[in-house]
Design a protein around this ligand. Sequence first.
Ligand code: GLC
Length: 565
Amino acid sequence: MSQPKWWQTAIFYQIYPRSFADGNSDGIGDFKGMIEKLDYLQALGVTGLWLSPHFPSPLWDCGYDISDYEAVAPEYGSLENFARFLEGAHARGMKVILDLVLNHTSDQHSWFLESKSSRDNPKADWYVWADTPPNNWQSCFDGPAWTYAPERGQYYYHYFMKQQPDLNWRNPQVKAAMWKAVRFWLDLGVDGFRLDALGTIYEDPAMTPHSVPMTLTELRHFSDNAKTPKERKLAEKYWFDMFKHQWGGPGLHDLMKELRAILDEYPGDRMLVGEDDNIDYMGNGDDELHLVFNFPLMRTDRLTPDWARRNQAERLSRLDTLQTRGWPCNTLGNHDSPRLLNRYGDGVHNLQMARLHLALLLTLRGTPFLYNGEEIGMTDLIITDPSQLRDTMATWYYESLVNELKIEPAEAALRAGTMSRDKNRTPMQWQNAPNGGFCPPGVTPWLPVNPNYAVGVNVADQETDPDSLLNFYRRMIRVRKETPALVAGEYKPIHEKASKYLAFLRFTPEQTVLVALNFSVKPKRLDFSDLGATSAQVIFSSAERTELPLTKADLEPFGILIATL
Ligand code: GLC
């Protein structure tokens, strides 16, 4: 492989700005806080930061409803603070990418306020308007996708909340305005963007209605209650069918090419990663997105050797078919998904499994993305008081359950709290101190802090404990960075029939690395004599070992072994 690009060797860390670090003690994260934590991030070893939206927003979707694309939300600081953050990150060898929300704006954005003001204003065609709802499309967050605006006597389309109207990307003025914002941040020196919900930018031009015999509330409720594989399959099919006409419409490839061409005008290999798993959006491998996420890896209740193996076989072979070979991008969680320990744990061995899963993520081929808080093992905090919910789609769900389906309020609250993304967005736990050290005692944080900060789930306690998850993350990140074959090498599965452990090789012409991960609660004695190697040198082992006989490689339950051959 030719000299890898920075975004191929990077280890990314997603910062959720509102919850990361509160520098001015108002209960809300901000740039001052982020700047103060740059040393922490550098010590963790990550080399790329992805910031969830930091723009002004009325917060109907926690910042994914943007009312000004060329500014910083006042509660997070100023552009000046942003510039200092960027400079500080760069000085510590960390690149910074921003969230770019193209599909929709806030309904408080001046573009929308003007667009909805009359049928003939200069921005009248910047959003998607219709005299009457042309179909039964739904918003995936809050019921019907067409909302009436009395000012125009017309309906506008929104894939997400009604406070997030979809832009009309067939209008060249929309493109020009958004590309101006893109250049604004590139000129300031940001290293790229994570493209939000790009699949939803273009809809089916024929406006085909969906055929699912349920309302959105009924479908959510149906999925909540789906227990058998058959029910779950049906729920999945209904979700797909309800929305399949509202994404993936024609036009996206050209749009991505245009955006890519803008980035390529800038020095320093600016980068685009799409919130989508569709490899098609990488174009020929060098003319659309640099990366798309390997979300299929995440879509399971339990990570197993077989699951990972099949996922890799499928993804890597597909990436190989691109004219310029595609680069993988792996993640296990983000601000939209349950915390790793809750999602993939078994309730008994959660911390051992968290280590194993990180080892998997950091030894697979491709750029890894971590989510803030996973390095200390933060867990979901289910909010059962609906008045404390900040994720408005959960508030909407609670109200619909109570009013539309007549579900008991206590049960509805539990359902809403469980589906809410607030549970995995709670403030970062920095210390064993009131509010987890996120903000001072007496200040109310924007979302409740998970009380488990008091039982070791906090940065300060874990920093001083050599066996903590945090120190494991640091070590594992270092191992990855210092092992060229793990960064850039090829991937070759071995022992493909093994159901309890995953073994594979990563190799460059200079180095061959063996990775063995025991996914079971039982110890394993593995025989790697078939590899033809005479000796192996341990790079990382979760169990203490002085030597590694390749015929008797012992792996303890959830054991991790990384060795050069
Ligand atoms: C993406 C974001 C999610 C947001 C949605 C609408 O999926 O990750 O948080 O709600 O887009 O912008």
